[in-house]
Write a protein that binds this ligand. Structure first.
Ligand code: PEP
Length: 249
């Protein structure tokens, strides 16, 4: 059985000092656990501090929330994937709904970022998810599968076999509304079937995470749902004790 993945997205919260004290508390609450994968996505500016705090915990992975698709150059304020790797990240979050809908990043940019991550030696958690109006029009699966196919379009099948997907309905992110375990299973199954076309039977190894208002109260029922291989959590990961308790689910 593959290990469940628990990924914490701090978004634009917890600078270096706060990240240091957060991780001190978290590590006390969360002893090494071989049966699950925990990933932290702190702000880029906190990566080095997080890497130092996690130096004796190789069971915990570190990722960057966003990368630019170019390696380097005149892109003020951006971070290249190679720089993220140098700062201790081994994973990049790509296609998060806030990147898509606040910063206007579409499928093509998302695909370029996935390719840039692999070029620099990072793997990817690719986020997909529909907006409420798309759900109301019954186009959830069409939207999610379009984002998925386009996101992986510049990757080789061997690279696709190494990524994780996060299904995050936009209407559930930070709203307190969560997809039901049945809703999540339906979309995750469609993602799984679509991955089969690209990586044939290796697709069952690709973790498909659910994200969107996950809390201590609903984590267990979501994780029990078929095809839900882990959780991507924003708000509820900002408190180290709450997050440790969710990651121990
Ligand atoms: C997220 O940012 O990926 C997320 C799922 O946020 P929240 O848990 O706050 O809904």
């Amino acid at each position: 059985m593959k290990k469940p993945v628990f990924a914490a997205n701090f978004k634009m919260n917890l600078g270096p000092q706060e990240t240091r004290s957060y991780l001190q508390t978290f590590l006390k609450e969360f002893p090494p656990a071989e049966d699950r994968t925990v990933i932290f996505f702190p702000p880029a500016i906190s990566l080095v501090v997080a890497g130092f705090a996690l130096r004796e915990r190789p069971d915990i992975m570190l990722g960057i929330q966003n990368i630019h698709w170019e390696e380097k150059g005149a892109f003020t304020g951006e971070n290249g994937a190679g720089m993220a790797r140098d700062a201790g990240a081994t994973v990049a979050l790509v296609g998060h709904s806030e990147r898509r809908h606040i910063f206007g990043e579409g499928d093509e940019i998302t695909a370029k970022k996935c390719a840039a991550a692999f070029k620099a030696g990072l793997t990817v958690v690719l986020c997909v998810g529909e907006k409420i109006e798309e759900r109301d029009r019954n186009t959830t699966q069409a939207v999610v599968l379009r984002q998925l196919k386009s996101g992986i379009s510049r990757l080789t099948p061997a690279q696709v076999a190494q990524i994780a997907i996060a299904y995050e309905p936009v209407w559930a992110i930070g709203t307190g509304r969560t997809a039901t375990p049945e809703d999540a299973t339906a979309v995750h199954s469609a993602i799984r079937r679509s991955l089969r076309d690209v990586v044939s039977n290796r697709n069952t190894e690709i973790p498909i995470l659910y994200g969107g208002s996950v809390s201590k109260a609903n984590a267990e029922s979501l994780l029990r749902a078929p095809e839900v291989d882990g959780l991507l959590v924003g708000g509820a990961s900002l408190d180290p004790e709450t997050w440790a308790s969710i990651a121990r689910t």
